[in-house]
Design a protein around this ligand. Structure first.
Ligand code: FAE
Length: 545
């Protein structure tokens, strides 16, 4: 990119020299004496410096942010990514980077003194325990009426999620993203996203025989006996590695109950895919344990970004102000919504429109368990990686992931996370007195999800002569209706932003994450978030830079 093409659209003109200086101010003056960007980026990562000027600042290192960083860097633009969570590259005292789901510890939860596990009970007994307050990997963020689970760290949700890499059925796409050209998505951007994420499929013959998917085969048998479509779901966990785990030739991860607090092996999180490629360009640097608190127009053009550096107890150790020509909000649906709503309400970004913070949904998530008969054991060895689901979307509005319960003992339980066509949408608003952003979701709004999930499980229970488990979410509570893993919306396409993610009212600001999607994707969302980011960044690079 040369001076004539760089930033000839709106915000701040940065020459190529400006780019290099920007990079130098990130990595420290000594490196400026080197010969170029690539060398500078190869040095040990240093956090962004107070007063730095950068061409592009990306807030968050999840799917949307990682796609943006890679493609911008490939187009010759230096990118600085700011991530409030840790970098997750250093082993703890046990020699492992990530904690096990069976033994949560200080690494497991984001700044909590007690765990808040999605399955709060077992056999009716509470299983949460006290842990040291730490910048752990899983945030259970409480709003009124719902707890939103999110990944924290370099890699965002890819660090903690189940890796289910689902492309929605083509005929359902119009209801998910009506303003997006489906032909382009299915011919170009979904394939690009699947390739970039390293998606693979389970070997069906192995699925049919391995002990660790007995739970899923029981799920298949019950689904099919009730006449439901059973579908295999691709994943970013390397199934060849998993086979070797089962054979005992490599360290176990999926077969050792690792998932919710990170996988030490086997899983291709963004750290191994998009972010690795982004770093390899030499143009992308990342400041971990840095949290963006404000973005406002800078007097000389571009934007002033205020960033708090925190330590692993969450204490602010420095506050920095940097200037960026362009800012990409990729803090996830909740993170981006919270920032935008606060910045509009407090006057930092006064020209954002009234759609900011609206159109938020939970992807219709609801959980439940079923108690099987003694002759239908689900297995004491369960892979923590789900790889199948029950599709009753068209008839009943529900797609149910057949999920593992990797407790290490036989539970005779079948466990499911359903994604449902729940129409309820919530809104984020700024509470000036409390100084925080709130979400007006109500617990009762999950009722449509429960009704839709019951179209599957009432029928299966009737056919099998089985009942719902009542011991997983509290005493005598059937439905896990207090949470979501899939927050979506808050900066919805063609409402708060244009059809490619440009925020209305402030040229040079973009949203590029789950906040773009209006509340539901009909399946697990990260492939759609990635594909949409691929589509949007291509347009932005072609027309804005
Ligand atoms: P995300 O990946 O959440 O990244 C946002 C990043 O921004 C995070 O790293 C934040 O720490 C960071 N951040 C937030 N605020 C700030 C700030 N102010 N300053 C600096 N950094 C900030 O966003 N989806 C699937 O498709 N398949 C699955 O199997 C699946 N399983 C899941 C299981 C669990 C337990 C959870 C929690 C989620 C699961 N998901 C799954 C959802 C998926 O991970 C989620 O949709 C994506 O991660 C969202 O991607 P974004 O790019 O929107």
């Amino acid at each position: 990119m040369d001076d004539s093409t760089a930033h000839n659209a709106e915000p701040m003109r940065l020459s190529r020299r400006g780019f290099v200086l920007g990079t130098g101010s990130i990595v420290g003056l000594g490196l400026l004496q080197g010969t170029g960007i690539a060398r500078a980026a190869a040095a040990p990562a240093a956090p962004i410096g107070d007063g730095a000027r950068v061409p592009v600042l990306v807030i968050g290192t999840g799917y949307g942010g990682s796609v943006a960083a890679l493609r911008l860097a490939e187009a010759g633009v230096d990118v600085h990514m700011v991530e409030m969570g840790q970098s997750w590259d250093t082993p703890g005292t046990d020699g492992k980077i990530f904690a096990n789901t069976r033994t949560p510890d200080y690494r497991s939860f984001w700044l909590r003194t007690k765990t808040k596990q999605p399955l709060s009970n077992f056999l009716g007994f509470p299983i949460d325990k006290t842990v040291p307050r730490h910048t752990g990997i899983l945030d259970a963020e409480d709003f009124s009426g719902i707890t939103v689970y999110q990944g924290r760290g370099v890699g965002g949700g890819s660090l903690v999620n189940g890796g289910m890499a689902v492309t929605p059925r083509r005929d359902r796409f119009g209801a998910v993203l009506p303003s997006v050209n489906a032909d382009e998505m299915y011919s170009v951007y979904y394939p690009r996203a699947n390739a970039g994420l390293g998606v693979n499929e389970i070997d069906r013959a192995w699925f049919d025989t391995t002990d660790c998917y007995q739970f899923a085969r029981v799920g298949r048998k019950h689904a099919q006996r009730s006449g439901f479509e059973f579908v295999y779901v691709p994943n970013v966990y390397d199934f060849e590695y998993m086979k070797r785990e089962a054979a005992g030739t490599v360290p176990r991860s999926a077969l050792e109950a690792e998932i919710l607090y990170g996988n030490n092996h086997g899983k291709k999180s963004l750290q191994q895919t998009y972010l690795a490629r982004a770093r390899a360009t030499g143009r992308v640097s990342i400041s971990a344990l840095h949290r963006v608190t404000s973005v406002s127009p800078a007097s000389g053009g571009g934007y002033r970004v205020t960033i708090e550096q925190i330590d692993t107890s969450g204490t602010v150790t420095a506050t920095k102000t940097v200037t960026a020509a362009r800012v990409f909000f990729a803090a996830g649906s909740v993170g981006t919504s919270k920032l935008l709503v606060k910045l509009k309400a407090t006057g930092a970004l006064p020209n954002l429109n009234g759609e900011v913070g609206r159109g938020w949904g939970d992807n219709g998530n609801v959980m439940c368990g079923r108690a099987n008969h003694m002759w239908d054991p689900t297995g004491s060895l369960q892979s923590s990686i789900p790889t199948a689901g029950i599709d009753n979307w068209d008839a009943g509005g529900a797609f149910a992931e057949v999920a593992p319960l990797p407790t290490g003992i036989e539970t005779y339980a079948s466990f499911y996370l359903s994604i449902t066509k729940n129409p309820n949408r919530a809104r984020f608003t700024w509470n000036a007195a409390a100084g925080r952003v709130e979400l007006d979701w109500q617990t009762a709004w999950k009722q449509p999800s429960i009704t839709m999930a019951k179209t599957i499980f009432d029928k299966i229970n009737q056919k099998e002569g089985t009942i719902y488990r009542t011991d997983l979410f509290g005493a005598y509570k059937i439905w896990g209706d207090h949470l979501t893993y899939h927050p979506l919306g808050g900066a919805v396409l063609n409402r708060a932003i244009d059809n490619y993610g440009r925020l209305h009212g402030h040229p040079g600001l973009y949203a590029i994450d789950g906040s773009l999607i209006p509340g539901n994707t009909s399946v697990n969302p990260f492939v759609t978030i990635t594909a949409l980011a691929e589509r949007n960044i291509e347009k932005i690079i072609a027309t804005d830079l």
